[in-house]
Write a protein that binds this ligand. Sequence first.
Ligand code: MF3
Ligand code: CO
Length: 256
Amino acid sequence: MISLKTANDVELMRKAGKITAAARALAGEMVKPGVSTKAIDKAVRDFIVSQGAKPSFLNYNGYPGSACISINNQVIHGIPGGRRIQNGDIVSVDVGAYIGGFHGDCAATFIAGEVSDEVKKLIEVTRQSFFEGIKFARAGYRVGDISHAIQAYVESHGFSIVREFVGHGIGSKLHEEPEVPNYGTVGHGPRLIPGMTIAVEPMVNMGAAAVKVLSDGWTVETVDGKPSAHYENTILITKGEPEILTPLDGDGYYGK
Ligand code: MF3
Ligand code: CO
């Protein structure tokens, strides 16, 4: 069953979303050569707790961090640790915060130092594919319309969509129905109704789509070793434009 949020629920989700997005921005500012991923994770956890919220990911199915931090060929679910960011790395940070009974969830890929134009393009296309997708995130469309728009945009730029992991409904649980794949068919999937809240999160590979999970049970990497980018916001379906519940400030977009 897909839960529909009341006006009161939405107010609480705005609050969770704001804290979540501020944690993303804080993490993005820390993405610099020499910084360890566990230092970013600690800053994210301390910030979320300072806001009276809880890190949504910590202990979720046994996950050991408050952020997922995935570097270069790592796609998602990188476990924070002693690894230090190097010049030229791209760093995907995914965070979630729970407060007032509701979750926020968002992610972005940040650049450390100098990267190639092709890698910049990967990050930009990944981010823009989210906005292409949510053009269809409104009453009267279906989940497949969002999915198809993301896929078409990404593939038109010569990149590939990760299939094994998808976006999702979100609310009092981090993962709710429906699944929101980043590939799909126009006119297919559940109908979008005002009051639905979903996390739309394209994961885009520069090379082939194939991914594998490492023996740590979490880290997802590209099989071909090429870079991957991730971008995510929590949104509310309305009668008109979707409302982005995780504000965009500090989402890694360097073009504005
Ligand atoms: N943000 C991820 C998602 O959208 C969740 C991370 S999994 C966790 O599904 F275990 F780290 F929480
Ligand atoms: Co998510």
